[in-house]
Write a protein that binds this ligand. Structure first.
Ligand SMILES: C[S@@+](CC[C@H](N)C(=O)[O-])C[C@H]1O[C@@H](n2cnc3c(N)ncnc32)[C@H](O)[C@@H]1O
Length: 212
């Protein structure tokens, strides 16, 4: 985890929150939370929860007797998450999460590509989940659809703008996509019924699986 990440999200927390809670985005979040198959009373954890836009979707599923934990490294993002989904918020590094209780459902949205070794991080996340619990990961990706080819230039610009390590990486969009691939491969390796689908015209990959 780099200081650049904290500085970037600290500076842009307010704008990020506006974008993260746009009405259209909520249906993606709903789909991602749905992949966890949570039940009332469960423990749901979100890694890199940002301003907490997913937390109400998790709370809705675990009910008042369940527990929702949002973990993020950036204080300013967590300040905006306060009150959302009645969650316990932890400022910590998601690469080394300080959690000991078995987790029923673990969510990561738009975060896996931020790790230098996403495969190792996802593997560690799977270790935290009880057998038969689920992990769901949602990410932007380049669309493979024919109509999207001209729009992919916009995608590359979007990824570049939102990247916290553009000074260190030459092709930011390709590096982002490779990291997402590595995270999803690790998830596929650790789960029994790994499944993946695209949303938003192919610009989002939603993957999930049941931990063995
Ligand atoms: C693109 S935002 C996604 C936020 C949220 N998941 C969402 O869907 O709106 C990425 C978030 O990951 C957090 N983050 C990045 N690296 C992290 C790390 N190593 N540990 C915990 N959080 C991290 C950032 O602070 C930021 O809030």
């Amino acid at each position: 985890m780099s200081d650049a990440t904290r500085a970037f999200y600290g500076r842009w927390a307010r704008l990020y929150d506006v974008l993260a809670t746009l009405p259209g985005v909520s249906s993606w979040r709903e789909s991602a939370a749905g992949e966890l198959g949570l039940a009332r009373g469960d423990l749901a954890v979100e890694m890199g929860c940002g301003t907490g836009a997913n937390l109400p979707h998790l709370r809705e599923r675990v009910g008042p007797d369940g527990r929702v934990v949002g973990l993020d490294v950036t204080r300013e993002m967590l300040e905006r998450a306060r009150g959302r989904g009645d969650a316990d918020l932890l400022q910590a590094d998601a690469a080394r999460p300080p959690l000991s209780e078995p987790v029923d459902g673990l969510l990561g949205t738009f975060v896996v590509a931020m790790f230098t070794d996403p495969g190792a991080v996802v593997d560690r996340w799977c270790d935290l989940v009880r057998p038969s619990g689920r992990v769901a990961l949602l990410h932007f990706t380049r669309s493979e659809r024919a109509w999207a080819r001209p729009v992919n230039a916009g995608y590359r610009a979007f990824v570049w703008l939102s990247s916290t390590d553009k000074s260190r990486v030459r092709d930011v969009a390709s590096s982002h996509d490779r990291r997402v691939d590595a995270g999803l491969e690790a998830l596929a390796a650790r789960t029994t019924d790994y499944r993946e689908r695209t949303l938003a015209g192919g610009y989002l990959r939603l993957a999930s699986g049941q931990v063995t």
